[in-house]
Design a protein around this ligand. Structure first.
Ligand SMILES: [Zn+2]
Length: 407
């Protein structure tokens, strides 16, 4: 099924006029006025496509085509602060155009196609992340919602109420899970692998899991000038060693990324030997075993350095998201659709989180198709993908979705 390339491109332009930034990006923070406006835009477009539109208790907007369980296509319209025009928006626009065109041409299976716009995927404002899809999966706890506040102190539950939602009822969104036969998301890669391979699109085989560790090292604060080398118990040294070990493990282990992105010296000053220091270690890989092995090696290096420096070392797992494998049947459908359209889509692992991460563990067969990101830049106003690649991505999405819908 051919899509109208200009129509798709102008729809992307239209939604990005909502929350447009002067530097050519978009900013639609979850539950902000621009983001709500964008979700209403989505509801209007889905309605125009002939779908039955509904908002669930978590603010996810759905458009069903008549037959269920449905092959659901979608993404999100919230962005990070000072974000770009493709992350999320491309998947939403692509889903709308596919379903609209399939219904216009009455392609067999078109009634089984549905669209969704998930709320609060980015998680930057309230620290929740994939909140809408987690509500659908049944894994968003009511206590998380009532506790959530943004950096201005605005409570999520108050915002929900302002927009006609109720925090206590958010878990009701779970009812939509059984309406999904599968979920397929078109998204920009947010990395440079496809561009380097010269491939316009790629098929995701898994989304990496992530483990975060909070590390505290205790040594002894003392005078920077008068404390002799043998008397120093410098708490920063094991933290530095940990950052080096993260890089070492990453360079020697294929498919693992490890980062110390936050580190501190408690009561640090130029004239004090650090008495207390700490950091956060973030480890990602496509298998739980690989994450564990990498974390063990890095933390082991930190612990050994602490021993050598006469310090105490404590590591606590503070966050764990298991890797999400994509469904084999959906992956095969996407690969076949890409090949039919003359593009050998390489398989790749997603190193960023997406809504499929919440849906896949809940039993929804998921698939994702990536479109090349120019220069690999994302979460930035400079985020770009070419019109040709975006249209090809949407056409591959459409062919795979119709293939699955006809089974
Ligand atoms: Zn996204």
């Amino acid at each position: 099924m051919k899509l109208d390339a200009d129509r798709l491109w102008s729809a992307l332009g239209e939604v990005n006029r909502i929350g447009a930034t002067p530097v050519g990006g978009a900013e639609r923070l979850a539950w902000s006025e621009p983001e709500m406006q964008a979700r209403r835009w989505f509801a209007g477009r889905a309605n125009d496509a002939g779908l039955e539109v509904s908002w669930d208790a978590a603010g996810n907007v759905w458009g069903f085509g008549g037959l269920e369980p449905a092959v659901v296509l979608g993404s999100h319209l919230d962005t990070v602060p000072d974000g770009g025009r493709f992350d999320g928006a491309l998947g939403v626009v692509g889903a709308l155009e596919v379903v609209r065109q399939a219904r216009r041409e009455s392609v067999p299976g078109c009634e089984r196609l549905a669209v969704v716009c998930f709320s609060d995927e980015e998680g930057v404002r309230f620290g929740l992340g994939m909140a809408g899809s987690r509500a659908v999966a049944g894994t968003l706890q009511p206590a998380e919602i009532t506790a959530a506040r943004d950096s201005d102190g605005v409570a999520l539950s108050d915002l929900l109420e302002q927009h006609g939602f109720e925090a206590a009822r958010v878990p009701e969104a779970h009812a939509n899970l059984s309406r999904m036969a599968c979920y397929i998301e078109l998204h920009v890669e947010q990395g440079i692998r496809l561009e380097r391979l010269g491939a316009p699109v790629g098929v995701v085989t898994a989304i990496v899991g992530l483990s975060d560790y909070h590390i505290e090292v205790a040594g002894e604060a003392n005078h920077a000038g008068t404390t002799a080398l043998e008397d120093r118990r410098d708490a920063l040294l094991p933290v530095a060693q940990l950052a080096l070990a993260a890089r070492e493990v990453m360079s020697s282990t294929e498919g693992v990324v490890a980062t110390v992105g936050e580190a501190w010296v408690t009561n640090g000053a130029p004239n004090i030997v650090p008495g207390k220091a700490g950091c956060i270690l973030d480890v990602r890989a496509a298998s739980a075993g690989a994450i564990e092995a990498a974390a063990e090696a890095i933390l082991g290096a930190g612990r050994a350095a602490a021993g050598a420096a006469g310090c105490e070392f404590e590591a606590r797992l503070t966050k764990r998201l298991p890797p999400a494998p994509m469904d084999e049947e959906v992956v095969a459908a996407l690969e076949a659709a890409a090949a039919d359209l003359g593009s050998q889509a390489p398989k790749l692992v997603s190193r960023a989180g997406h809504d499929a991460m919440s849906l896949s563990p809940a039993g929804v067969p998921c698939g994702m198709l990536f479109v090349a990101s120019q220069g690999g830049i994302s979460h930035s106003p400079l985020e770009r993908s070419s019109q040709r690649d975006c249209v090809l991505g949407a056409e591959v999405l459409g062919a795979a979705a119709l293939d699955l819908a006809q089974r």
